[in-house]
Ligand binder design. Structure first.
Ligand SMILES: *[C@@H]1O[C@H](CO)[C@@H](O)[C@H](O)[C@H]1NC(C)=O
Ligand SMILES: *[C@@H]1O[C@H](CO)[C@@H](O)[C@H](O)[C@H]1NC(C)=O
Ligand SMILES: *[C@@H]1O[C@H](CO)[C@@H](O)[C@H](O)[C@H]1NC(C)=O
Length: 492
């Protein structure tokens, strides 16, 4: 490919507009565009927070409390965190489907890819282990922590310096030949006999074929960023994006979902509530509370939609998610594994805590398979594919399972304890000291006698409710704990 080309990288998209030209009826696209759309579901919320603050033609947008939560992590002192890399891990959370996303034609996620290394003497280890039952020692490290790499040795005595290329074959999420119809709310439908017919036109109220307008667009990286922003806020994403309307904000509902709960957790909180309107000004708790809120940044978008289903009105994400669930993996996706990465995305294993706070969205247990392009020599590139255990890998060819070893031993929490933290209603998290409490009360600008305190214990149900409220409102605590606040009124 020419490197000197003046044409900006783009993917092509065809739109069908209504008669007046003020609404997108649907779009038609191939793999390049649909893969980008699918990849949104794999992005961790921390990365979402980072991306929506970037400038693009629709400007910065606010997604619930995500921006303020993310910003407060950036402001937290490194000393609060349990390891040197934890802060970085939360600000640049690893996407567990990075191996799929790094082949996207346009990738808006500028998170540094995780680097993987094998032993310098990999080939010797590889061959020795072939004859033994145990597998090759293989190892990966977090991108910014050079110290790990330099101090660790393979059991053969060599250091881990040989770069490994993480690659998933076949590439991307959807079938390369198929084309798709995408509705205004980002429902993806295969271009098949059910849709390429009158029924599709009828569905969109097209009476006269000559009255609709067709537009062909080149979607650039900046437009993809706009697409992500609109898709989080609006149910008419394509219209808002391409006809340059302001995203039409959805008003969200707060329904507590019936999520199956196995191991409940208990987090003790003290809420500081404004008497006049029952608004939670802030909550204070220990490190478990801070860890809970920080863990939100590690959750992939698709995992959130999976948990809350139709009860979380989150832009066009539900439509997108549901339509991928309905796509036939044999025909329209590259593999069942690809579909699984989208509809059941996991937290990257590197972000794992020794005891996961919410027993949902478990960090993935991933298996690593190594292979060489061509014959094994001392300098050809080691390529590695990741799979979830149990998936059918038969199409992947002759791979050798690697003994992966994550040098980052799981920590108990992202922040150290014992420590006290507070979180404001919009989830600004900071250490709590008598002096910081005073500063906070000053900023609230509310006389002390207009405030009251309430001690509560929250479980998974409330945690999920806070999470849900944090995505769609800037009052995560007031909305998420609403059912506990009304009790306060009754007490009086
Ligand atoms: C994987 O490597 C570790 C570290 O050398 C070793 O302790 C473990 O036994 C290995 N596991 C297998 C299955 O070979
Ligand atoms: C899209 O890009 C192609 C080059 O790849 C160019 O020929 C075409 O004119 C562009 N279309 C639009 C609508 O900008
Ligand atoms: C959504 O809420 C309704 C009513 O509370 C409930 O019946 C349904 O199971 C919920 N769905 C999900 C996916 O949580």
């Amino acid at each position: 490919m020419a490197t000197t080309t003046q044409v900006e990288e783009h993917v092509s998209l065809k739109l069908l507009l209504n008669e007046k030209g003020n609404k997108v009826l649907f779009a038609e696209a191939g793999k390049d565009f649909v893969d980008i759309l699918c990849s949104f579901l794999t992005i961790p919320l921390g990365t979402i927070a980072k991306l929506v603050e970037k400038e693009s033609s629709i400007g910065q947008v606010t997604v619930g409390c995500l921006n303020s939560l993310y910003g407060s992590v950036a402001n937290l002192d490194e000393g609060c965190f349990s390891t040197k890399t934890t802060k970085q891990m939360l600000l640049q959370p690893i996407n567990s489907a990075e191996d799929y996303c790094n082949t996207l034609k346009l990738n808006i996620d500028d998170t540094q890819p995780t680097k993987y290394f094998a032993c310098t003497n990999y080939n010797a280890c590889y061959y020795r282990d072939m004859s033994m039952t145990s597998s090759t020692f293989f190892f990966f490290w977090y991108k910014t922590s050079s110290t790990f790499k330099d101090n660790l040795k393979c059991r053969c005595g060599n250091y881990f310096t040989r770069p490994v290329l993480l690659k998933h074959l076949p590439q991307g999420f959807v079938n390369g030949v198929a084309t798709f119809v995408i509705t205004d709310d980002l429902t993806i439908k295969p271009n098949c006999i059910d849709y390429t017919s009158f029924s599709l036109f009828k569905e969109f109220g097209v009476k006269n074929p000559s009255s609709v307008k067709e537009v062909v667009l080149n979607v650039t990286k900046e437009k993809v960023l706009d697409l992500l922003k609109c898709s989080l806020l609006s149910k008419s994403t394509l219209t808002d994006l391409f006809l340059e309307k302001k995203p039409s904000l959805e008003r969200s509902r707060f329904i507590l979902s019936d999520v199956e709960i196995r191991d409940n957790i208990q987090i003790n909180l003290k809420l500081v509530i404004r008497k006049s309107d029952n608004k939670v000004m802030y909550a204070q708790g220990q490190q478990d509370f801070a860890n809970l809120l920080l863990s939100f940044l590690t959750f992939p978008l698709g995992g959130i939609v999976r948990i809350f289903g139709e009860n979380c009105s989150f832009g066009s994400m539900n439509g997108l998610y549901k339509s991928i669930v309905d796509l036939d993996e044999n025909q329209y996706l590259t593999s069942m594994e690809a579909k699984n990465r989208l509809v059941d995305p996991c937290i990257a294993p590197q972000l794992k805590l020794s005891k996961q706070i919410l027993p949902i969205l478990d960090p993935g247990v991933l298996e690593y398979y190594g292979y060489f392009e061509g014959v094994v020599t001392s300098n050809n590139i080691i390529q590695v594919q990741i799979f979830k255990p149990g998936v059918d890998k038969s199409y992947a060819g002759n791979f050798k399972k690697l003994n992966s070893s994550n040098v980052m031993n799981p920590v108990d929490g992202y922040v150290k304890g014992p420590a006290m933290y507070f979180a404001t209603d919009d989830l600004v998290v900071a250490p709590l000291t008598p002096i910081s409490a005073l500063g906070l009360l000053n900023r609230l600008n509310t006389p002390l006698n207009e405030l009251k305190e309430k001690v509560i214990t929250i479980g998974i149900k409330e945690c999920l409710s806070i999470l849900k409220a944090s995505l769609t409102s800037t009052s995560a605590l007031t909305n998420g704990l609403a059912h506990m606040l009304t009790e306060v009124k009754e007490e009086k």
